[in-house]
Design a protein around this ligand. Structure first.
Ligand code: BGC
Length: 389
């Protein structure tokens, strides 16, 4: 499942440093995490506490991630310290400082700002604590042992493909539609938080997919805001996305100028954008004229909107599997082994290529949410109807 798409160079990453670096890095920390001394591989799990640092509880997924990691670690017999940081960088730094001082055996970290924890990671290394970077890449530090995540470039490609499908430019096999509209169709673009490495990969995947249509004039961005810096939503905040959409409507969509689609990188942002559009009288559902709006995370409130024909798509990333993968990796280090990577090329964090385990992603639409999410037991039909899990 190796992706050939490096971390964007605007973050000064050493794209394409290749797998040799990764092998060297693995060898260097063989069996002992990033730490000089390494964990006590003879210790009983019940005498070991794992520190789990999560960014925020405002996104449904992180609440589930934290709970799933804790459950999975406890099943293996470990004790767990789980902390959320309210999307506040100093709070997260302090929480990790405390975990290191407290003598945790391993750290699993989903960062707020991936580059803001270098001194905490230095301290973890000095104490021999292996560090697993969880979903978001920890950057600019040698002291990251392993990365568990999804195929983030593919998330962006899939979001863009769903937008093109919703606009009638691709058919249900995701090939060029024979009856595709000539356009121009009007779209607007949103990106995630710039300090989250994932936001850049989602953006790159999406823009690489949409660019040919923009170049041909089939897609137009009336605001001309096509740079990630103009489209980014700091801290992934729903209200900020809603405000940006309101401003775009006031400035670029006066009168009955049509907006056909919006690239939205996460479900809460999609819902903020939908609020702005509905308040502007652009229809309650897609049938009533609401634009095609993408998403990510398969949050229950958005699955209801998809079932009701309001939001067009989202991306399902099975965070239960991600949590298990993080635990497999932590356990391997604690037992003096090396976790298995399935990507040793893509994730150059600016200091090293971090060996990674990537999980797949799936596009969710009104036509397949039942199969992907209900039949698999992820949500019940009642939860979808209520929009609450
Ligand atoms: C995650 C997404 C999430 C976003 C906002 C990203 O790092 O990969 O799943 O929607 O953060 O929390």
């Amino acid at each position: 499942m190796t992706s050939s798409h490096p971390v964007p160079s605007r973050r000064t990453f050493l794209a394409g440093a290749g797998s040799l670096g990764a092998i060297a890095a693995l060898a260097a920390c063989s069996g002992g995490g990033a730490g000089s001394s390494g964990p006590d591989t003879e210790a009983d799990p019940k005498d070991q506490t794992i520190g789990v640092a999560m960014p925020t509880q405002t996104y449904e997924r992180w609440v589930q991630d934290g709970a799933n990691i804790k459950k999975s670690l406890e099943k293996e017999g470990y004790k767990v310290t789980l902390q959320y940081a309210d999307d506040d960088i100093p709070t997260q730094s302090q929480q990790i400082d405390q975990m290191v001082t407290q003598g945790v055996a391993a750290l699993i970290i989903a960062s707020i700002d991936g580059s803001a924890l270098t001194s905490q990671l230095d301290a973890a290394k000095a104490a021999g604590i292996p560090v697993i970077s969880y979903d978001r890449l920890l950057t600019n530090s040698e002291n990251v042992d392993f990365y568990v995540t999804f195929d983030n470039y593919k998330v962006g490609v899939t979001q863009a493909n769903s937008l093109l499908f919703g606009l009638g430019l691709l058919d249900e096999k995701f090939k060029k539609a024979s009856d595709a509209p000539k356009g121009p169709l009007n779209i607007e673009l949103f990106a995630g938080s710039l300090d989250d490495n994932n936001a850049h990969l989602f953006w790159k995947g999406a823009i690489d997919t949409l660019q040919p249509y923009m170049d041909d004039g089939v897609l137009e961005v009336p605001s001309k805001q096509t740079d990630i810096d103009q489209c980014a939503i700091q801290r992934w905040e729903q209200e900020t996305a809603q405000k940006r959409m309101e401003n775009l409507l006031t400035t670029h969509y006066k009168g009955d100028k049509k907006l056909d689609g919006v690239l939205a990188p996460a479900d809460p942002l999609s819902r903020g954008i939908i609020n702005a559009l509905q308040n502007d009288g652009r229809g309650d559902t897609i049938k009533d004229g609401l634009p095609i709006i993408t998403g990510q995370d398969a949050e229950i409130a958005s699955i209801k909107l998809i079932a009701d024909g309001v939001q067009f798509s989202t991306i399902f990333k099975d965070t239960r599997k991600l949590a298990d993968q993080a635990v497999v990796a932590a356990k391997a280090y604690l037992e003096g082994k090396e976790p298995e990577a399935n990507d040793t090329k893509t994730y150059d964090n600016g200091s090293k290529v971090v060996p990674s385990y990537l999980l797949p992603v799936e596009m969710v639409l009104e036509s397949n949410y039942e199969k992907i999410l209900v039949d698999s037991g992820y949500y019940t039909e009642e939860q979808v109807e209520k929009g609450q899990a």
